[in-house]
Design a protein. Structure first.
Length: 305
């Protein structure tokens, strides 16, 4: 169950305890994204921008903030601006691919966060439309609300670090995130991420892959397919005992064929779905009612049997 955060999660757990009902909670967290200096900034920007601003940032596995050197920040900012324009046009408010904040209360809360740091990209808002523009903040302090609250909005912060060790130390002194991302062309760097951080899988390249079982095409990017998706402490009540998300599923669905080798670009706004070469399900067990639908890529058949 995903109640949104620790505060509501405690209420749910207390209510469940009265009836001795076992509950596993996915609570979210502030998901860091480290970008190494050896990365192509436009590739990083395309992936981070799409998955951060998807549903106006209202997804639990969205990259929440970027950790990178000042030099990489200077390269990333124009790339992020280019990616945002590519996905949502010159006027994002009129784009059919950009959602709105779910309520006026949350809109007002998000608008207050725009005063943190300095706005480098976006920053516009419209209360009558509950619209927050795709925004990038720089010069943000660790103690500011935008770096302390899980806010579910289209506001991406960039924090400067000088080394991988500094990035890892920054993450380890904070609450454990639901998931973390690391962009690097160095296998040594990605191995160090996996060995020294305690969260759900480190995803060295294809952003939001933790939300599903990584196909082989994504594993080639050094995705950690053996670490559990479910993290620990304030981000998930399953804690370190979780072996995998699949261990909580009584009705596994097996997809024999992986997504083609370029799945992320097929998901970007304006791209065609399903992509060319999509392989349908060839083997499956009966899914749980509501697990799949005709609208789900790879739909296996009618439900409820």
């Amino acid at each position: 169950m995903s109640p949104g955060g620790p505060r509501v999660g405690k209420v749910v757990m207390a209510a469940a305890a009265k009836h001795l009902t076992p509950v596993t909670l996915e609570l979210g967290g502030k998901n860091p994204c480290h970008v190494d200096d050896n990365c192509d900034p436009q590739t990083v920007a395309n992936r981070v921008a799409f998955f951060h601003y998807f549903n106006s940032g209202q997804t639990c596995v969205a990259p929440d903030y970027i950790l990178c050197s000042p030099e990489m920040q200077a390269r990333l900012l124009p790339a992020l601006q280019s990616a945002t324009t590519r996905f949502y046009g010159e006027d994002p408010q009129s784009s059919p691919d950009l959602g709105r904040v779910i309520s006026e209360k949350n809109f007002l809360r998000l608008r207050r966060l725009l005063s943190c740091g300095r706005v480098a990209i976006g920053g516009q808002s419209d209360e009558s439309d509950r619209y927050i523009a795709p925004t990038v903040l720089v010069g943000v302090q660790e103690t500011e609300p935008v770096m302390r609250e899980e806010f579910f909005g289209s506001i991406l912060s960039i924090m400067n670090v000088r080394s991988l060790d500094e990035a890892i130390e920054f993450i380890r002194r904070r609450e454990k995130p639901l998931v973390l991302y690391a962009f690097s062309n160095s296998s040594q760097t990605t191995a160090e991420w996996a060995a020294t951080t305690a969260s759900s899988p480190s995803m060295p390249s294809p952003t939001t892959a933790p939300a599903c079982s990584p196909p082989r095409a994504w594993r080639s990017s050094r995705t950690s397919a053996t670490r559990p998706f479910l993290p620990a402490n304030s981000s998930c009540s399953a804690g370190p005992w979780a072996t995998s998300a699949a261990s909580f599923c009584e009705h596994p669905v097996h997809l024999q064929c992986p997504i083609p080798t370029t799945p992320l670009s097929c998901c970007f706004p304006g791209a065609q779905w399903p992509p060319k070469g999509w392989c349908p399900v060839q083997e499956h067990k009966d899914p749980a009612p509501g697990a799949l639908s005709e609208q789900t890529p790879g739909w296996a058949g009618p439900l409820g049997h």
